[in-house]
Design a protein. Structure first.
Length: 145
C-alpha cells in the first residue's frame, strides 16, 4: 500500500448537502477499491485560476489515503465518470522525503479536523439610540428671518 493524496474540485452549483454527498461518494470509491482514508481536509469554496465548464469557483477537498497502486486506475476511471467533479489530481508519495512530508500534511489535517469550529460573534445592534438634540434648525430659522 502506498500513500496518495487526491485533490478533487466539486461543482459550485450544488447545494451544501449535495457537495457533502458527492464527497462521501468519492471517499466510498476509494474505500470500495481497498483503500484506507487516513485524513480529509475540506478547503472550501475557492476561485478557480480559469473558468472550467463556465464555473468561476469550485469546492476543493483533499483526501489523504493509503491505496494499492493497482487500484488507482479504477479510482481515477470512476472520478472521470463522475459529472459532479470539475477536476481531480492524484499525487503519489514514494520516497522517504515525500512520505515524511505526507505524514506532516496528514497530522496538520487531523489537527484542523479536531479543532473546534470558531464562530464569529455577531455584533449586537444597540436597542435604544440616544436622542441627540441639535440647535442647528433653530439657528437656520432665525437666520432666515
Amino acid at each position: 500500500m502506498r500513500n496518495y493524496e487526491n485533490l478533487v474540485i466539486v461543482k459550485p452549483t450544488l447545494t451544501a448537502e449535495e457537495i457533502q454527498a458527492s464527497v462521501k461518494a468519492i471517499e466510498e470509491v476509494i474505500t470500495s477499491n481497498g483503500g484506507e482514508i487516513i485524513a480529509t481536509s475540506p478547503m472550501g469554496m475557492r476561485k478557480l485560476a480559469y473558468p472550467i465548464e463556465k464555473n468561476e469557483r469550485g469546492f476543493y477537498h483533499v483526501i489523504y489515503s493509503s491505496i494499492a497502486p493497482s487500484a488507482i486506475t479504477e479510482i481515477e476511471r470512476r472520478f472521470r465518470i463522475n459529472e459532479e467533479l470539475l477536476r481531480f489530481v492524484t499525487i503519489k508519495y514514494d520516497t522517504n522525503r515525500e512520505i515524511a512530508a505526507f505524514n506532516g500534511m496528514v497530522e496538520k489535517a487531523k489537527k484542523a479536523a479536531e479543532a473546534p469550529k470558531v464562530e464569529t460573534p455577531v455584533a449586537e445592534a444597540p436597542t435604544e439610540t440616544p436622542a441627540v438634540e441639535t440647535e442647528a434648525p433653530a439657528a437656520t430659522e432665525a437666520a432666515a428671518e
